[in-house]
Design a protein around this ligand. Sequence first.
Ligand SMILES: NC(=O)c1ccc[n+]([C@@H]2O[C@H](COP(=O)([O-])OP(=O)(O)OC[C@H]3O[C@@H](n4cnc5c(N)ncnc54)[C@H](OP(=O)(O)O)[C@@H]3O)[C@@H](O)[C@H]2O)c1
Length: 266
Amino acid sequence: MEDQSTVGAAGVPAVGLGTMGLDGDAGARSVTDAIEMGYRHVDTAQIYENESVVGRGIAAADVPREELFVATKVWADNLAYDDVLESTAESMAKLGVEYLDLLYVHRPIDTYDPETTLAAFDHLREEGQIRHVGVSNFEADELDTARAHLDAPIAAHQMEYHPLFTRPELLADARDHDYAPVAYSPLAGGLVTEVDDVVAVAERHDATPQAVSLAWLRAKGCAVIPKASSAKHLRSNFEAARTLELDADDVARIDGIERERELFPE
Ligand SMILES: NC(=O)c1ccc[n+]([C@@H]2O[C@H](COP(=O)([O-])OP(=O)(O)OC[C@H]3O[C@@H](n4cnc5c(N)ncnc54)[C@H](OP(=O)(O)O)[C@@H]3O)[C@@H](O)[C@H]2O)c1
């Protein structure tokens, strides 16, 4: 079953495969399995050092390139103008694609300069090498600055979001500007099994805590990119994100959790 639902004006597929840590033949196999079971959005990054693995997984899948939404991220040391262009060309070669659906600024640090970095992203988009521009790990003021410099609209903001770490003000910015909030580490890297309120909601629905975490994020309007290796986890995440519906009380209960864990502080 294909994933048809999308988020934001750019139409980012609502369920994607996170690939951080997928490596080697087994990692490529996970990517192929995910695509063949219906995932259409694949998320990687230069810093994961697995773009070739992800590319092999994409190439082996029996799904045409134009049906896929392939996203990668330019790491913090490649954000000078020429380095954006060169490293993106390398990323595309490793991924085996002639264009990217979404290219993110991974973090606004180090060589990031809004004027020159984002000019390079605009250039890539004008040349047709990328379809959409995204940002990741930005704060509200950094989103404003990016909008002031970009010709392209921001299509997606990838941010840490799970029951133990939320940024409601950033979700509101996404809603106000009609771009996709993409929740990374949507299972809190596996920690959702230890969160009592998530476990309780899961028991009520005869579901797993992982499924509930994904359903809660979808209810909040986020796209989700859970990482999984086994076919069993890939399939259960895909199904949960598309079909499990929480009621308002469930969502409120998870919203009310006392937050304690940011997994990826700067
Ligand atoms: N933009 C950024 O700065 C940034 C930072 C971090 C992550 N990300 C992106 O977000 C993606 C996801 O985040 P993440 O990798 O940190 O963690 P995550 O998706 O929250 O959790 C992944 C962990 O949960 C396990 N898992 C997955 N599905 C499961 C299921 N149904 N039942 C039980 N366990 C399950 C996985 O194990 P198995 O592999 O064994 O299935 C893995 O250990 C990354 O892969 C990456 O693409 C982006």
